[in-house]
Design a protein around this ligand. Structure first.
Ligand code: ADP
Length: 310
């Protein structure tokens, strides 16, 4: 069964330079070669869902510039339906990223076209036809909330990856079926600052019926309002670059929950294992969006770790 996933989110071009050290204010340093990498949490999660086997639409905005062409081409190459990708009267979103030898970074994001995103009737049709609506917080909140309202009305499962972290209005929280957060995002959304996942999950399930907490190399945890708590360890991999591991996890999770008819206490272990395999497969490759794994790689790692039964 093909999983229909609609992503409403951001597309940015990451402009990356590595350098021996990061420049101080007013300083110029000589770096290495410059790379351009398609990014943005929305586009990354759409590509992740597409590579994981989903039938995916991307609703977003790029600029009428060369970066916009690159971003669009990247989505098309991943098999994403881009009929809902607008060309805005603003430059494409970019992230200016400097990385030093210790992998410390310094990033400025210019949202550009992403900040113009508003949705229309054609988007409503796409959202209503999907199994899962996948959202993040890099486009304007009114567009996120609108899409969630449409999904709710149509019976489409609403998944929000609350990144970048911010406190969320109750009106949006009430529309969500599943919240996906890392530990930092969990603390900001819950307003509870602790390293212990238990109180974070206890608070988050009062806000959203089902919560998935990603725990980096410790895997992921599921909690729901019926009191179910499930923890899944990820495949053991030689992690070389965990950038975009969260996007790989979330895109794969959206596909798995669509294929299994929802995220419930019964499906959570299988869905989280599949998503953890995608996150780990991404972490063992260098790069960000270029490291998002194909379905075959997720399947192989999942079978090797958890067995082939699921
Ligand atoms: P984010 O990148 O959003 O902070 P995490 O660091 O929690 O998210 O990573 C997302 C998922 O990717 C984890 O739940 C896990 O499944 C996988 N992952 C991340 N780092 C590793 C690692 N070192 N080894 C195995 N899996 C990993």
């Amino acid at each position: 069964m093909s999983a229909r996933v609609v992503v409403v989110g951001s597309a940015n071009l990451d402009l990356v330079v590595t350098a021996p050290q990061l420049p101080r204010p007013g300083e110029t340093v000589l770096g290495d070669d410059f790379r351009m990498v398609p990014g943005g949490k929305g586009a990354n999660q759409a590509v992740a869902a597409g590579r994981a086997g989903g039938d995916c639409d991307f609703l977003g905005a790029v600029g009428a510039d060369e970066f916009g062409v690159l971003l669009r081409d990247n989505l098309v190459a991943a098999g994403i339906d881009v009929r809902g990708l607008r060309t805005a009267d603003r430059p494409s979103g970019v992230a200016l990223i400097a990385v030093d030898q210790a992998a410390e970074n310094c990033i400025v994001v210019a949202p550009g076209a992403n900040a113009t995103l508003t949705l229309d009737d054609a988007d409503r049709t796409a959202v209503a036809a999907a199994d899962v609506l996948l959202l993040q917080l890099e486009v304007p909140l009114p567009a996120v909330s609108r899409a969630a309202e449409w999904a709710r009305a149509a019976g489409t499962t609403v998944v929000l990856n609350a990144a970048p972290a911010r406190p969320l209005p109750t009106e949006l929280l009430d529309l969500l079926d599943v919240l996906v957060v890392n530990e930092h995002e969990a603390a900001v959304v819950a307003g509870v600052f602790t390293d212990d996942p238990t109180p974070l999950l206890d608070t988050l399930v009062t806000l959203v019926p089902r919560v998935v907490l990603t725990l980096g190399a410790r895997g992921a945890a599921y909690a729901d309002r019926d009191g179910t708590r499930i923890e899944v360890l990820p495949p053991k991999v030689d992690a070389v670059d965990t950038t975009a591991a969260g996007d790989a996890f979330t895109g794969a999770l959206a596909v798995a929950l669509a294929e299994r008819g929802g995220l419930t206490a019964d499906t959570a272990t299988a869905v989280l294992r599949w998503a953890c395999a995608a996150g780990a497969a991404c972490a063992e490759r260098p790069g960000a969006s270029t490291a998002l794994p194909e379905r075959a790689a997720i399947e192989a790692l999942s079978a090797a770790t958890y067995g082939g039964a699921e």
